[in-house]
Write a protein that binds this ligand. Structure first.
Ligand code: 17E
Ligand code: FE2
Length: 415
């Protein structure tokens, strides 16, 4: 397959991408591809952007599509969400979990996402959701590459047999070690949970992704613990801190010190701005905090940050349709990132930065020899994709069309 008239980020002019045997064989200037006869499978990008697939770096596929079951989250807080989920969790089956997860994976794939990291609650003596998601990972490999995080929703130290369940989840085949230190009963338990999960990751060779300081409490300071564990073990490129919303409430003096450590640690960050703007700020009246981490400040300090959806119709967040570009647009607003320079590089937050957080390495990116996974978008720049609320027109996976979309046709009548 040949993709012609492709505009590539960070490269001048138009290009042709030659896909062979499920890989990118060559990328040539468009002029050099001009004489070639068009094959039946060839696609003309028409000057629009061609990018590697979108990445969903943070979602909860075990809880998806359960909003209102058995009751709605009336306060809108993280904590009531955890309570509602606890009630629903008591009734999950492998079948029910698989059906919901697969339905959501299809909506992600329909929006050009081909790499997904899902957290799966392992505070369940039977590990039902984990067993379901391990099967889903294999059964949906034609649509997405799935990383599974062993996520201790009710705590590692605060939940009965929490450490054993985490260890068993990794032995069963989870890819990533999770954590939730701000939810443990005490500060000490939060610290020991981080040390435990970093030991487990180091021993098993797994990646790490911790729900870290997902609160407006400025005293929730487990990020410094996670970053120091990553730095001292030289594991930064394998560690992600998710949410870190408390950083939106830290004072600048503490952040000045913290950022030095973060820079040395080399860890990545995931922010879920639509989720956090909804769940956080709930204990404020006015003025009301945004409850989102310091996305632009982390980026300007040279750190790796990306955006995730977190939820699709679950006890924590009632909306979501799989479109990560909706989250990107909201995040740029919420984080004061509509400046010209931010708009020029906006797609980094849902492509390259997320791929780095997921440690995808050479499995990702538009380079010869890498998998022929890519998107043809509906606009010719990052800025115009955001402004026009663009969408992917094609998603190509392993050199085959996985998704194609026709944009709506609208006419002004009677002019
Ligand atoms: N669980 C949690 O602790 N935090 C979240 N944002 C979600 C689930 C969605
Ligand atoms: Fe989450």
């Amino acid at each position: 397959m040949l993709i012609t008239n492709a505009r590539l980020r960070h490269r001048e002019g138009l290009h042709a991408l030659h896909l062979e045997n499920g890989r990118i064989a060559r990328i040539t200037p468009q002029a050099e591809a001009q004489g070639q006869p068009a094959g039946p499978d060839d696609l003309d990008a028409g000057g629009n952007l061609v990018v590697p697939p979108f990445v969903e770096p943070h979602i909860h596929l075990d809880a998806t599509l359960t909003a209102g079951e058995p009751r709605w989250n009336m306060s809108g807080t993280l904590f009531e969400g955890i309570e509602c989920w606890g009630e629903r969790k008591a009734t999950i089956t492998q079948e029910d979990t698989k059906t919901r997860a697969k339905k959501t994976i299809r909506t992600l794939a329909a929006h050009g996402i081909q790499h997904v990291r899902t957290h799966v609650d392992v505070t369940d003596p039977d590990l039902t959701a984990l067993k379901a998601l391990l099967e889903v990972r294999a059964e949906t490999a034609h649509l997405i590459d799935l990383q599974i995080v062993a996520f201790p929703q009710e705590g590692i130290e605060s939940y009965r047999n929490g450490r054993e369940l985490m260890t068993e989840a990794i032995a069963l085949g989870a890819d990533v070690v999770g954590g939730i230190p701000h939810f443990e009963y005490t500060r000490d338990q939060g610290v020991s949970s981080v040390k435990f999960l970093m030991d487990l990751a180091e021993r098993s060779g797994c990646l790490v992704d911790v729900h870290c300081d997902e609160t407006d409490d400025p005293h929730s300071r487990f990020l410094e613990v996670l970053a120091e564990e990553a730095r001292s073990r030289d594991m930064g490129s394998r560690v992600t801190a998710s949410h870190t919303t408390a950083m939106g409430s830290y004072d600048n003096a503490y952040c000045a010190k913290l950022f030095r450590l973060l820079g040395h640690s080399g860890i990545s960050f995931v922010s879920c701005p639509t989720e956090s703007i909804h769940l956080q700020g709930r204990f404020d009246s006015f003025p009301k905090r945004r409850g989102v981490t310091r996305v632009n400040e982390l980026l300007e300090a040279g750190m790796n940050v990306c955006f995730g959806q977190d939820s699709i119709v679950d006890p924590w967040y009632p909306l979501g349709n799989g479109n990560i570009l909706r989250v990107l647009e909201a995040g740029l607003h919420i984080c004061h990132m509509l400046g010209y320079r931010n708009l020029q590089s906006a797609l980094d937050l849902v492509t390259d930065n997320s791929a780095k957080a997921l440690a995808l390495g050479e499995r990702y990116g538009l380079e010869p020899g890498r998998p022929a996974n890519l998107l043809i978008l509906s606009a010719d720049s990052d800025y115009e994709m955001i402004r026009s609320q663009g969408l992917p027109l094609y998603s190509i996976r392993h050199g085959q069309v996985l998704m194609q979309r026709q944009m709506a046709q609208v006419q002004l009548v009677g002019e």
